[in-house]
Write a protein that binds this ligand. Sequence first.
Ligand code: SF4
Length: 282
Amino acid sequence: MGKKDGRSNLVRKKSKKLKADSQPILVAGVDYKMQLPTDHFSVSQLGMMMRCARQYMFRYCEGKVIPPGIAMVEGSSHHKAVQSTNESFIEKGKHLPVKDMEDIFCNDFLVASKDISDWEDDSADKVISRGRKLITSYMQDFGKNFAPIGAELEVKVNMVGVPVLGYVDMLDKTSLWDLKVRGRAPSKAEVREDVQLTFYAYATERDKVGQIVMKKTATPGIEILNSWRDRSADSRWLMRLISEYVQQISAGLFPPCDPTSWVCSPRFCGYYQICRGGRKGK
Ligand code: SF4
């Protein structure tokens, strides 16, 4: 069975079961008619709303797209390499050799990084050397023993009347995994609260979830963070978040976040100058 068939079966199965969750959880006193700037909502949109509603307004209501920075391009190239080996396993029963994954990572990164203007403290050589170590570590410590049944699996489900879209990095018969490329590993508490994982657990009907973190530290390596979801309590909490943030969007309320938050800086917010009236730095 091809990947596309697998996806549509999963989505069809889920759509049938969700009828009971199709009503919004209304905020008392709010006259609500859903109005979204896009034809679906997603967990990454929810994440942006939770970090800063003003960012969401710039990105989705006004269509201002900020070109990806070095960290996002590097992460995306690692996702391509890991997706390729998972697809090879699903189609042929065999993972790719590490060398092939390195080639996929390097080729994708060299093409996608052409338009990057600010490399921060990195260079192409540094990213590629680190990338080779991270891929070797990923395959040794996790990938070679992982038997995926889905890779970059699209899931679109109806939660509290809202069509929500997401892509699960990888899943096997019992668990699902999100791949992250970061400067540090998150704490167990952060993984336990991650709304992306809660959504994927709900959409794929899994309790065992986790993050594989490729750490961009002085000695690059991976960390495997196991977690779980209570599909009743955690799903209800996610539904409340989705319902109330969608009501906020529909009401056209996009307040700026706390200016002392880490996200509210020229480094982490591409809208900093437009938002802060031309101000260039903290
Ligand atoms: S500058 Fe701060 S308030 Fe404005 S969009 Fe960025 S994060 Fe939000």
